[in-house]
Design a protein around this ligand. Sequence first.
Ligand SMILES: Nc1nc2c(ncn2[C@@H]2O[C@H](COP(=O)(O)OP(=O)(O)O)[C@@H](O)[C@H]2O)c(=O)[nH]1
Ligand SMILES: [Mg+2]
Length: 327
Amino acid sequence: MKLIIQIPCFNEEETLSVTIADLPREIDGVDLIEYLVIDDGSSDRTREVARECGVHHVTGFPGNRGLARAFQHGLNTCLALGADIIVNTDADNQYSGHDIPKLVAPIVKGEADIVIGDRETHTISHFSAFKKFLQKHGSMLVGKASGVDVPDATSGFRAISRDAALSINVISDFSYTLETLVQAGRKRLKVLSVPIRTNAKLRESRLFKSMFSFVRRSGSTMIRVYTTQQPLKVFLIAGSVFFIGSLIPFGRFLYFMLRGDSSGRIQSLILGLVLFSISGFLATIGVLAELISANRKLIEEVLKTTRDVGGQNSEFRIQNGKTRNKQ
Ligand SMILES: Nc1nc2c(ncn2[C@@H]2O[C@H](COP(=O)(O)OP(=O)(O)O)[C@@H](O)[C@H]2O)c(=O)[nH]1
Ligand SMILES: [Mg+2]
């Protein structure tokens, strides 16, 4: 059983060495532990620090492509390196590396596909009351939308089985945390949460400049991701709002017509027809989007097979950095 711990980094020269020092060297049930740093176009010494700290693999991009892309690139790299389990953690040492065995255990035992480290955010002293409120109710909302019960939806401290990593395709630009949960729910992956410890804060969040930007960006990511996964539902809901809206002017028109007074009520009829047409239009888009989404499922199945290059059961294995056929 091979575990790779991946750390997405953007200008983390100051905190990366502390994070790496905190990572476990051995875990029960795991034969091999390796570290992977994904450097997202840092302009500081992140890569050098990673190498000085003995990180086994360093990959990344020449420019800054954002955390979601870096996360997905990390998963792909870990899969190609033959990881059976992948753990993601942050480079600012927010999460306690000592709790990685707790994250990994349910996957080793075959009891979960994904394990989320629950920070128990209501207990974190440097989180404001408003942030705690948002974390709690935001996670509940994400849980309702995804069908996955997670107390800490935005936690970046996670363990993912090889099979789950092969199934996940993050395509949003901003954050992977919510998208992976929605996909996990849709694909019926088993998601567990375990309580984990956090370390003292070393610096401010780089991802969220303010609470407002956190809510705005998380909200828009959630809507986009959910629409991609459940297009028919989203468009039918939007369509039914217009359909119900059309009943009011239609009703008004009918009411006056039945009373024998239909003159001058033509505006109601036109407004009703416009709203009704929009609802039909949205329902049609929903059906088309659902058909496109069915293709996505097929593409994901193909991707799953092609990305399984380094797997134990794969026909192909990566050896000495080269892909070669098993036979
Ligand atoms: N790849 C990549 N990682 C980033 C970027 N911004 C932040 N990160 C990483 O994402 C993780 C979490 O970032 P952080 O600023 O601590 O946000 P927090 O989760 O809100 O505390 C850290 O490992 C950062 O290095 C980015 O633009 N690209
Ligand atoms: Mg942080």
